[in-house]
Design a protein around this ligand. Sequence first.
Ligand code: SF4
Length: 272
Amino acid sequence: MPLQPDGKTLPMLTLTQGHLRQLEICPRRYQYTYIDHYNAPIDPAMAERQRWGTQFHLVMQQRDLELPVDDLLQADPDLEMAVSSLQAAAPDLFIPQPKGFRQSEHRRTLAFNGYGLTAIYDLLVMDATSGHIVDWKTYQTPSSKTQLAQEWQTRLYLYLLVETSDLPPEQVAMTYWFVAPPGAQADPQPPSSVTIAYTAAQHRRTQADLQRLTDRLTALLALNDDLPQVDSALGHCTHCPYVVRCQRASERYAMAGGVELPAIADIAEVPL
Ligand code: SF4
């Protein structure tokens, strides 16, 4: 790993929700993805869903910037249907906020324990008394509220908004909108949403977990060696694209003749 040549200080590493998630699951997985930049195998259908998700995000951003989107929508009727169904389900999201702050693809960063914590919100809507983060998910089945509240995306995004604004935790929230991609189901459902509220206790817990994770990463990087692999008994390896590289493919897995692909939630629609 390209770490600490001649003992010089490295530039501040960026940590996004994706970094934190992988770091928590398995430090080696974080290393392979974000330090070594190994390409994980990807199923063509998943690659197409990723491409479509990126297009959806682009349309939503351009709409918000009042840039033309007709060409993009005309080229892809599924995209047009997805945007119009979201507009019908959540008309308030499409109304400009002349008195407040509203920005698509809004970036926030915070120096924390030697790292640059970074989030890019699909949409941020704020005024003097509230802050609302909106995230588009281009898969149809919503995760449960409990599951979403525990995701690093939710935790980091809310934490950063509180730390970089004057708003207390109770005045910020995050909403995930789930929009069906083409061919998701025979009977596509209209977009649905899950909103996560925030509290001071959750904020303190996230801060403590960020401290723990960044302390650990600093200690591991100082060893200037491969980062440790997770205990295989925890079951993360069977869902990991690096299972072959790590020589952790089970016999059953090898007999299946393939590599298990990342969960769809791992697909980054917007590079971070
Ligand atoms: S296969 Fe297991 S040990 Fe290797 S990177 Fe993936 S999760 Fe970590």
